[in-house]
Design a binder for this molecule. Structure first.
Ligand code: NAG
Length: 323
């Protein structure tokens, strides 16, 4: 499954050319299961970590220590980090040997950049875009940077063989994850925004069938005034859920496929979407505890085939700006 993700990323970034796409199908993260190294956490001493060399284009899903050493000029490198939906990620440099004066750089980005598109979109991230980059040439080396969501990435350029860096990747579970990229095309999730004025997306970078199981707006005190629900449809609602589809990862550029703004009362909303990326985006006014539950599964080959026959791919990508 995780091997799948690296393959998927490479497919999605083939058009990018910003990253050297080498079909070096490295395993994402660990050889063993997460329990393998967690089991050691109870014993004295540091947990046993995964350690391995990084490729110029790589993806990591497990905690551990990772080292990159250039074997020659490596000018367009990128490493994708991804945690479980409820996790955020930290990157700490243990060693950094690059020559900034020769044009080497190492930058960590709070989110993913794929084909020039970013996730989370500018609209949905708490920080302005330039504050989402940490440039290790411009700033003094910080101890540790934390991502705001379960994905982050690193860009680097190193001109000289033998130079490189070493990082430690750590993950932490957060109670209300906001903005998530799923590692797999199968799953079930409940996203909660507790009385905050913000918007959160759950993004699935595979064509899937998605089913919204529940959408609830509640208030923390039972004696609060009852909810005022708009009868004018979702356009007037301040709290709602959108299902988006597209071929890019920036949710602000994706197409709305369906809106849900009223309690489902046991009914579900179900759709098959043949796009490369599908997102569930919840818009929250801050007046409620908003919760949306959904599940998803990959489309089978024959289901995808049907979409292709009907030119759905063109529909998914027609908003993309092609130069
Ligand atoms: C959330 O999204 C809605 C609609 O897309 C937008 O009007 C609103 O300003 C956004 N809220 C925040 C806090 O960004």
């Amino acid at each position: 499954m995780k091997m799948n993700l690296m393959f998927r990323l490479l497919l999605l970034s083939v058009a990018a050319r910003s990253v050297e796409v080498k079909l070096s199908l490295r395993r994402v993260g660990a050889r063993g299961s997460p329990q393998d190294h967690r089991a050691a956490a109870g014993s004295p001493g540091p947990p046993r970590d995964h350690r391995r060399a990084l490729g110029c284009v790589d993806a990591l899903a497990a905690e551990g220590r990772f080292t990159f050493t250039a074997d020659g000029p490596r000018l367009h490198c990128g490493v994708f980090f991804i945690g479980e939906p409820t996790e955020v990620i930290s990157v700490e440099f243990r060693a950094l040997d690059i020559d900034c004066s020769r044009g080497d750089f190492v930058k960590v980005f709070d989110g993913w950049v794929l084909n020039g598109e970013i996730f989370p979109s500018k609209l949905d991230h708490p920080l302005p875009l330039r504050e989402r980059y940490v440039d290790y040439c411009a700033s003094s080396m910080r101890d540790r940077v934390w991502s705001s969501q379960n994905v982050a990435m690193m860009f680097f350029r190193i001109h000289t063989a033998g130079r490189g860096f070493s990082i430690t990747l750590r993950k932490m579970t957060v109670p209300f994850p906001c903005n998530i990229i799923a590692q797999s095309p199968e799953g079930r999730f409940t996203m909660v925004i507790p009385h905050q004025r913000r918007n959160c997306s759950f993004s699935i970078i595979y064509p899937v069938e998605i089913q919204i199981l529940d959408f609830k707006l509640s208030q923390s005190h039972s004696n609060d005034a009852p909810l005022q629900r708009s009868r004018a449809g979702c356009s007037a609602a301040s709290d709602f859920v959108q299902i988006l589809g597209g071929s890019i990862i920036d949710t602000s550029e994706m197409f709305p496929m369906a809106d849900v703004c009223n309690a489902l009362n046991g009914q579900t909303v179900q759709m098959k979407i043949g796009c490369d990326n599908i997102a569930v985006r919840m818009v929250s006014s801050g007046n409620y505890i908003s919760a949306v539950s959904f599940r998803f599964r990959a489309l089978h080959r024959h289901e995808l085939h049907k979409f292709r026959e009907n030119d759905v791919e063109d529909f998914c990508s027609s908003k993309q700006i092609k130069i």
